[in-house]
Ligand binder design. Structure first.
Ligand SMILES: [Zn+2]
Ligand SMILES: [Zn+2]
Length: 213
């Protein structure tokens, strides 16, 4: 009997606590939802035409609240982003990652450039091979601590895309390996690699033969 009584006491305690929590929740809800409570109270008294108007007012208020809250959230996101990506200055060296589809497997993962112009948080970036066509936002590149590309190194009036830039700075070609099928030594322009001004790589016919033997 005693154990049963203890158990029922415990159950009561738990239930009391739950009720308290529920009351707290309802209080907080009341704080945020005062207008809707008011509307419901008024609805009970007045006629249906006013009810519709009240509800429309309520919807308008809620929409305004949503807009302000969205703006607050956007500001918060922007400040976090600014903290992670400090603003770049003209003349600073930056590192732009080359997309995987634009580079051969042995190529560099990044291209070094220099900030030429800053416009509305968009950056125009120049490389040693020319100015890049598109504008970049701050999250698309990282700023290097040391300056390795000067603004004077960027050839004027030459515009290149990032893919072209990756292609030109590559030693084996772009977008996958280029290879030759020479049976002789690759000394003439008949060799595809030599003709393109590239070095032969491990996939070339000549080198494969050497690997086999
Ligand atoms: Zn060859
Ligand atoms: Zn080759």
């Amino acid at each position: 009997m005693e154990t049963a009584r203890k158990f029922s006491d415990k159950l009561k305690d738990i239930l009391d606590k739950k009720v308290e929590v529920k009351e707290d929740e309802s209080q907080t809800r009341n704080k945020t939802d005062i207008s809707s409570q008011d509307v419901l109270a008024i609805e009970a008294e007045e006629n249906p035409v006013d009810n519709i108007r009240n509800r429309q007012h309520l919807i308008r208020d809620k929409r305004k609240m949503v807009v302000t809250n969205l703006e607050i959230q956007a500001d918060r996101m922007k400040s976090v982003s600014l903290a992670n990506h400090p603003i770049g200055k003209i003349g600073e060296t930056v590192r732009i990652p080359i997309p995987d589809v634009d580079r051969a497997r042995s190529d560099l993962r990044n291209i070094l450039g220099v900030i030429l112009v800053v416009e509305d948080n968009n950056y125009s970036i120049g490389t040693k091979l020319g100015k890049l066509q598109q504008m970049y936002s701050r999250n698309q590149f990282t700023i290097c601590k040391q300056s390795m590309v000067a603004i004077d190194d960027v050839p004027e009036s030459v515009e290149v895309s990032l893919r072209e830039c990756a292609k030109k700075s590559s030693c084996v070609g772009d977008q996958g390996y280029n290879r030759c099928f020479c049976n002789q030594k690759c000394r003439t322009k008949k060799c595809k690699c030599r003709n393109n001004g590239k070095l032969c790589n491990s996939k070339c016919q000549q080198n494969q033969k050497m690997q086999m033997s």
